[in-house]
Design a protein around this ligand. Structure first.
Ligand code: 0RQ
Length: 502
C-alpha cells in the first residue's frame, strides 16, 4: 500500500534526480539524519552526481549542509567525496567527510546539538534554501509521520524555502505514535518547557507540512545505516563496572534514589557496555533522557529494567533495527522520539537531574576534557550532545580507556590539546584503572586523584613529575603549569609516534 495518502503529495512525486535539480550552487540545505538514522537515502547521492557533473564542466557547485548529527556514506560520504560541501554543521562522523574537513576542503562548525536547530531558526546560519527530510508516511490530511530520527527536522521544515520529502517504505509504519514533535519559539515567546519526566508527551505525533513549499516527494525503500557493535572487550566491561559501583555508592550515600535518575548515555562501545552493565546490575525501574536509543536500551526495555527512554534518534545494530521495525508498536509504549532541541534541552536536563555519561578523547590532570580533537588540530567527530548534557547534568561522567594507539598515547595528559568540557563541568572521570570523583576538589586535589585513579601506570610517574616540576616553576599555586611544557607530550607524539620518553 502506498505510504502517500495525500493528493497534493502524490502530485509531487518524482525521481531523486529531478528532485535534486531543485538544489543549486551556494544553497544552504537542512537535511534529516541523526547517528545514521532517518537521513535521506536517495536525494544526496543524486545531488552528488549533479555536483560531480558540474565540476567536470569546470562549474562551481557546493552547498552548506546542516543536519541533525552524523548521517551515512550515501549522504555525508557521497556529498563530501565530490567536494560538494562548503560548510558542515553540526556533529559528523563519516570518514570521507572528516577527511575533507581536516584537509581544509570543507569548513566545519561544531555546534552543541541543542543549539544547532534554534540557531537556524534565529537566522544565525543565513536563509535556509532547502530542506531534504525523510519521513515514514504522508497522511491524508497532509501531515507526515517522522522516521527513525527527528533531529532538527522540525526547524528545517519550518524555515526552508523549498521542501523535498523522501518517503521511506523501509521504516515501520508502527513508528506512528512514538514521536513527540514540539518546537521552541523565538526568544521572548517561549513558556517553561513542560517536561518533568522522560516519558512526558507535550507535542504532536506528526510534522505539519506547508505543501506550498514542497517541491518534490521521492519514494525510497532503503535501510538506515546500522552499524553492528563490536563484541564487548574487557576494558569496556571494567569501565562499566566502575560506573555501576560509583552509582551504587551514590545510592548508599543517599545522593541518588534506588531507581537512579534519568540516564544519558553517549554513543559507542563503552556506552553500550554501560547499558549492558545496567541491564545486569541491581538497579530497577530506570528511565533515560538521552539523545540516541542504542541496542543496550532495547535490551533493557525487554528485560523490564528500563521503563521509558526519551531520545531524538535510533543508533541500532542491524539486528536491533530489524527488531525495532518488527515490534515498533510495542516499543512506542516505552520510547519517545523528540526534536533534538527538546531531547537535549538544558532546561529539561537540569530540571530532571540527568546523569550524563560520555566518551572522551583525553582529559587533563585538572579535569578539563577534550572530546573532539586529535593532537589539538585534527577533528574527530564533534561535540555532539556531550556539552548539552554535561553542563546541565546532576552528575556528569566521562569514560575512556587510559591508553590509546597501543599505549603510545595517554588519555590523561598535563593539559588537553583542545577544550570541550571545562573543569567546571566535569565531575567524574572513569578509565579501566578506576574512578576519579572530582566533586568538591580544588585543581591540585583533582590532579592527585586523576593521576592515582585514572592514569595508566605507564604514565603515572611522568604525570607526577610534571606537576612537581610545574609547581616549582609556575607563577602561582592554584593550577600549576609550565606553559612551555604543557603540550610537550602531544608534540613528542607528533614527532616520534609516542608520548613516552625515549
Ligand atoms: O582512532 O579511529 O584511528 O582508531 O580516536 O576512539 O577509542 O574508537 O572511541 O568510539 O568511544 O569515541 C570521544 C571520539 C570517543 C566519541 C569519542 C582515537 C582512537 C580512534 C576514536 P582510530 P575510540 P569512541 C552523544 C554524546 C563526542 C560526542 C559525544 C565522541 C578514535 O565519544 O565523538 O560525546 N564524543 N556525544 O585511537 C589521540 C587520544 C585518543 C585518540 C582515542 N587520547 N589521542 N587519539 N583516540 N583517544 C552522542 C552524539 O552526540 C550523537
Amino acid at each position: 500500500m502506498s505510504r502517500i495518502a495525500n493528493d497534493k503529495a502524490r502530485a509531487k512525486v518524482m525521481s531523486a534526480q529531478d528532485a535534486a535539480k531543485q538544489i543549486k550552487d551556494g544553497d544552504r540545505v537542512g537535511f534529516s539524519g541523526f547517528t545514521g538514522a532517518g537521513y535521506p537515502k536517495a536525494v544526496p547521492e543524486a545531488l552528488a552526481e549533479q555536483i560531480q557533473a558540474a565540476h567536470d564542466k569546470g562549474e562551481a557547485f557546493k552547498i552548506a549542509s546542516y543536519t541533525g548529527a552524523s548521517t551515512a556514506p550515501e549522504h555525508d560520504g557521497a556529498l563530501a567525496a565530490v567536494d560538494g560541501i562548503s560548510t558542515r554543521m553540526p556533529y559528523q562522523s563519516d570518514p570521507v567527510m572528516r577527511g575533507k574537513i581536516n584537509a581544509g576542503v570543507s569548513e566545519y562548525s561544531d555546534v552543541h546539538l541543542s543549539h544547532s536547530g534554534p540557531q537556524v531558526r534565529y537566522g544565525f546560519w543565513g536563509n535556509l534554501d532547502a530542506a531534504v527530510i525523510e519521513v515514514t508516511k504522508i497522511n491524508e490530511d497532509g501531515t507526515a509521520v517522522p522516521s527513525s530520527s527527528i533531529g532538527n527536522n522540525n526547524v528545517y521544515l519550518e524555515k526552508a524555502d523549498k521542501i523535498i520529502l523522501e518517503v521511506n517504505a523501509w521504516q515501520s509504519e508502527d513508528l506512528e505514535g512514538m514521536h513527540d514533535v514540539y518546537s521552541m519559539k523565538m526568544p521572548g515567546h517561549n513558556v517553561p518547557l513542560p517536561i518533568t519526566a522522560p516519558g512526558d508527551r507535550i507535542g504532536s505525533k506528526f510534522f505539519d507540512i506547508d505543501w506550498d513549499r514542497v517541491v518534490a516527494v521521492v519514494e525510497t525503500d532503503s535501510p538506515d545505516r546500522n552499524t553492528p557493535f563490536k563484541p564487548l572487550d574487557q576494558e569496556s566491561k571494567t569501565i562499566a563496572e566502575h560506573l555501576l559501583d560509583f552509582l551504587g555508592n551514590e545510592v548508599t550515600q543517599g545522593r541518588l534514589p534506588k531507581d537512579l535518575l534519568p540516564m544519558q548515555s553517549g554513543v559507542g562501545n563503552i556506552a553500550n557496555a554501560v547499558l549492558v552493565g545496567l541491564n545486569e546490575g541491581p538497579f530497577e525501574r530506570l528511565t533515560s533522557y538521552t539523545e540516541v536509543i542504542q541496542d543496550g536500551m532495547v535490551d533493557m526495555i525487554d528485560s523490564g529494567k528500563l521503563l521509558v527512554a526519551s531520545a531524538t534518534a535510533f543508533s541500532l545494530s542491524p539486528d536491533a533495527a530489524k527488531l525495532m521495525n518488527d515490534k515498533a508498536a510495542h516499543y512506542r509504549n516505552h520510547i519517545v522520539l523528540r526534536p533534538q532541541e527538546i531531547s537535549n534541552n538544558p532546561e529539561a536536563i537540569r530540571r530532571m537531574g540527568v546523569i550524563s555519561c560520555n566518551g572522551m578523547i583525553e582529559a587533563d590532570i585538572y579535569g578539563n576534557v577534550n572530546s573532539t580533537h586529535i593532537m589539538g588540530s585534527k577533528m574527530q567527530n564533534g561535540i555532539g550532545g556531550s556539552g548539552d548534557f554535561t553542563r546541565n547534568a546532576y552528575i556528569s561522567v566521562f569514560v575512556s580507556p587510559s591508553l590509546a594507539k597501543g599505549g603510545d598515547i595517554s588519555a590523561i595528559v598535563p593539559m588537553v590539546s583542545h577544550h570541550d568540557h571545562t573543569e567546571h563541568d566535569v565531575q567524574v572521570i572513569i578509565t579501566e584503572q578506576g574512578v576519579a570523583d572530582l566533586r568538591g576538589l580544588s585543581p591540585k586535589q583533582r590532579a592527585k586523584v586523576i593521576i592515582q585513579n585514572c592514569a595508566h601506570p605507564d604514565y603515572r610517574e611522568m604525570l607526577k613529575e610534571y606537576i612537581e616540576h610545574a609547581a616549582a616553576v609556575s607563577n602561582a599555586e592554584h593550577t600549576p603549569h609550565d606553559l612551555g611544557r604543557a603540550h610537550a607530550w602531544h608534540r613528542r607524539f607528533l614527532d616520534t609516534g609516542s608520548m613516552k620518553q625515549a
